[in-house]
Design a protein. Structure first.
Lengths: 339, 290
């Protein structure tokens, strides 16, 4: 399928799901839960653009995600701040916040990549892990967005597109999921994706073969960071109370690593499978058991999958297909030999 | 005008803190620097050491440091077991970089969540006669809860340095960090040597964890703050060299202490990361790099 056709198909599927769920589900909780699953589709797809395609592990999802969320918080307070200088601007609409959050996170991604990507991949991973500590330190010390106390965000009284505000957030997150999945699939099939795969398989050989590795890696960190920021931008309106402890939660980083690893890192389908399965399990476990235990499930699944099935569910499926094909092949040969 | 007393005391506190940081980092210098295993779960093992000291001193009236020493063999065995698992799952398949990192990350997270489930998120602390009082040398304050971990830590590192440079196994560990294949040709198994070395690197967490809970109350998520610090010190110190690592630990300790004194403790965590980024960007070989 060509990228344009896929984009239209994905958009139609997303639209159909949104319309159908908004008709059939009247319980608001469904949208609260579905929003989180969709958010994880965006996060794990974004993570996979860097982690799965180029092989650079990012443990700082929480930082990029929180940067998106806090840039929204700043934009939310901006009209009130400008009013003190007698500049009147209307409240910033959420889609604009998403774009701004994406740009800010993308720039941070570019900067991190520029400082660390010249070195071995392990250093990049460690630097991203430390990045979340530093960004959190900055936010904790920034009084304008509430510091460590956190900040209350009041949702607008009316939601566009009809329905409640949570339905609006859910619809926006669906749109973001469609966009990020389309970007991931497009990368996979373009020259960019070939370059990424070359870096993943052997960076030195790729560099020697004329692949502009540093530039490609910077594109990957920027794109991946930007999508994570976009996923975080609606967060203040979702939780209505934003604080550093919850927005930098390590759970975001673990989930966005675990989901592609469990689903399969080599194609755009893997992160979706991982996000839907793990996201749904966690939502169910949070309601029925406890929220600490569901994080334990994610961690244990991550360890089990990297040890037993490093290529994830997609890898298991394709291995099964290969085995089946081999069995059929053998049977055909046997029959030919008998005849 | 910066008060001289304050500055001197900040530097002294930084040196004591740096001695403790050296104990926290020595394990990573062995596992990451020498064995090339990026064990980002090291802070989780350190916290495990802290909680072991907490739970044992809670039931048995012994000194936490004694517990730290007694638990060394237990942590050594845990480390060997983790290396076995790592070896069979990743090194043998040649997939150590990405999957191995994800494995240790998962381990870090599982350990943290398990500690939360068992002990809750309350701060835990230990009791010992040297927690509280300070030595006063003129204008300089030496809190014993910082001084004793710092001294024990430096002794531990000196012992490890002697072990590595004098004993057969120690030299084999240094050899495996330089050339595993050559070691194999000398009829020593690199896997066995690495297993011992990794065991030692995790064993140091028993003492480092005890120091941590002596210095400050502990809760499950503080381990994360140490990841940036540990790796910053290890890289800054030149990856494999103990003296370089101690110098880097003292440097970071002093800078953090001065930052905390003059700008407020909430800024201190950013210092190590700033150092890490600058080191990686400007001088990846570290202070004592070859």
């Amino acid at each position: 399928m060509r990228t344009g056709t896929f984009l239209i198909a994905a958009a139609l599927v997303g639209l159909a799901i949104v319309v159908l769920t908004r008709i059939f589900f009247t319980n608001e909780y469904f949208f609260f839960a579905a929003y989180v699953v969709l958010q994880y589709i965006v996060l794990s797809t974004a993570w996979n653009i860097l982690g799965g395609y180029t092989g650079y592990i990012n443990f700082g999802t929480g930082a990029f995600f929180a940067i998106g969320a806090y840039s929204s918080a700043v934009l939310h307070k901006l009209p009130a701040l400008l009013k003190t200088f007698d500049i009147l601007i209307p409240a910033v609409p959420l889609p604009v916040m998403i774009v701004v959050g994406g740009i800010v996170s993308g720039i941070v991604g570019l900067g991190t990549g520029y400082l660390t990507l010249r070195l071995r991949g392990v250093f990049f991973a460690i630097a991203t892990l430390a990045l979340s500590v530093v960004v959190q330190t900055l936010i904790v010390n920034w009084d304008y967005v509430g510091g460590s106390r956190g900040i209350y965000i009041i949702r607008p009284a009316q939601a566009p597109l009809g329905g409640g505000y949570i339905q609006y957030l859910y619809t926006l997150m669906m749109a973001l999921s469609v966009i990020s999945v389309c970007i991931a699939r497009w990368i996979e099939r373009s020259r960019l994706g070939l370059g990424f795969a070359a870096i993943r398989d052997d960076e030195l050989a790729a560099e020697a073969g004329g692949v502009p590795t540093l530039r490609l890696k910077l594109i990957a960190t920027t794109l991946s960071g930007a999508l994570m920021g976009m996923a975080g931008a609606p967060l203040p309106y979702y939780v209505t109370y934003l604080d550093p402890g919850s927005s930098f939660n390590l759970a975001y980083a673990v989930n966005s690593v675990a989901m592609p690893v469990i689903g399969g890192m080599t194609s755009w389908v893997g992160p979706i499978i991982g996000a839907v399965i793990l996201g749904t399990i966690q939502q169910l476990a949070t309601v029925t058991i406890s929220s600490a235990l569901n994080l334990l499930i994610v961690g244990v699944l991550l360890i089990l999958f990297v040890i037993i099935a490093p290529n994830g569910i997609m890898g298991l499926i394709s291995a099964r297909q290969r085995r089946r094909a081999a069995i059929i092949e053998a049977a055909v040969q046997q029959r030919q030999a008998a005849a | 005008m910066v008060s001289l007393d304050l500055l001197i005391n900040a530097i002294v506190a930084g040196i004591l803190l740096g001695g403790f940081y050296a104990a926290v980092t020595v394990g990573i210098t062995i596992s990451f620097g020498m064995l090339d295993i990026a064990n980002i779960a090291q802070p989780a093992f350190i916290l495990l050491g802290s909680y072991a000291a907490y739970i044992i001193t809670y039931y048995v009236p012994v000194d936490p440091l004694v517990v730290g020493f007694l638990m060394l063999p237990v942590f050594y065995v845990i480390g060997m077991a983790v290396y076995r698992l790592y070896y069979y799952s990743f090194e043998l398949r040649g997939e150590q970089s990405i999957q191995g990192l994800a494995f240790f990350f998962g381990l870090l997270f599982v350990a943290e969540v398990s500690l939360v489930l068992v002990f809750g998120v309350d701060y835990r602390f230990v009791e010992a006669p040297y927690i509280g009082p300070s030595l006063h040398l003129g204008i300089i304050d030496l809190p014993l809860r910082m001084l004793i971990p710092c001294l024990v830590s430096l002794v531990m590192i000196a012992v490890l340095q002697l072990y590595l440079s004098r004993s057969f196994i120690g030299r084999a560990i240094l050899a495996v960090s330089q050339d595993g294949l050559a070691l194999q040709l000398m009829a020593a198994s690199p896997t066995r040597i690495k297993q011992i070395a990794f065991g030692i690197s995790v064993a140091t967490c028993s003492l480092a964890g005890t120091f941590l809970i002596i210095i400050q109350p502990v809760e499950p998520s503080i381990g994360r703050d140490y990841i940036g610090r540990i790796f910053a010190i290890c890289v800054l110190g030149g990856m494999t060299s103990f003296p370089g690592m101690v110098a880097a630990a003292l440097l970071i300790g002093i800078v953090e202490s001065i930052t905390a004194t003059f700008y407020g403790p909430s800024w201190a965590p950013a210092v190590a990361f700033g150092f890490l980024l600058i080191t990686l960007a400007v001088r990846p070989a570290g202070l004592a790099g070859r």
